[in-house]
Design a protein around this ligand. Structure first.
Ligand code: ZN
Length: 174
């Protein structure tokens, strides 16, 4: 269920409302307040090291608890996607990134606390900053380096990641 389904009162004036239809904005009949429901922006990076292996984490929390994923997270207000990738990788696995490159974006449905949040996930590749050593920090159970052939799209936590990994593999093995 998307967040808009819970807008049965106006958050500004409190008047009772019928929640808006899927993808429609909230429009208050009382005070005229209008609110558009947009996708939340998220980022993730597929990181390589000089021997050609790729960094993946195991997610410590739902959604996708225990599953493999590239490290990443949500973009903050007033933050670029590039700055968000650098921040999230530092917070989750304690590493610095070099050679950040955009791969693709893909929509995702992020189920959290019984509510499905539509997101738009931006995927990057990067190389490990020399001297950086990944460790499992925020919301991460473990980190590992993998041969790219050993990670199948279906091993990854979210649909958007599966799509991006496939796309990246196509670029690397055309
Ligand atoms: Zn209102």
């Amino acid at each position: 269920m998307r967040p808009s389904r819970f807008f049965n009162h106006c958050p500004r004036c409190g008047v009772s409302q019928t929640p808006p239809a899927d993808k429609a904005p909230f429009q208050c009949a009382g005070c005229g307040f209008r609110y558009y429901f947009n996708a939340g922006a998220a980022v993730a990076a597929f990181v390589t090291r000089p021997d050609g292996q790729w960094l993946f984490i195991r997610r410590a929390k739902d959604p996708g608890k225990g599953l493999l994923a590239p490290a990443g997270g949500f973009v903050d207000f007033d933050e670029t996607a590039e700055a968000a990738v650098h921040r999230e990788l530092r917070e989750e696995v304690g590493i610095g990134l070099r050679d950040l490159r955009f791969v693709c974006s893909h929509p995702n449905a992020y189920l959290y606390g019984g509510i499905t949040y539509p997101t738009l996930d931006f995927f990057f590749t990067a190389t490990l900053e020399p001297g950086s050593e990944p460790q499992a920090l925020d919301e991460v159970t473990s980190v590992g380096w993998y041969d790219r052939k050993s990670v199948r799209p279906e091993d990854l936590a979210f649909d958007s990641m599966r799509h991006a990994w496939k796309q990246l593999m196509k670029q690397l093995d055309p």
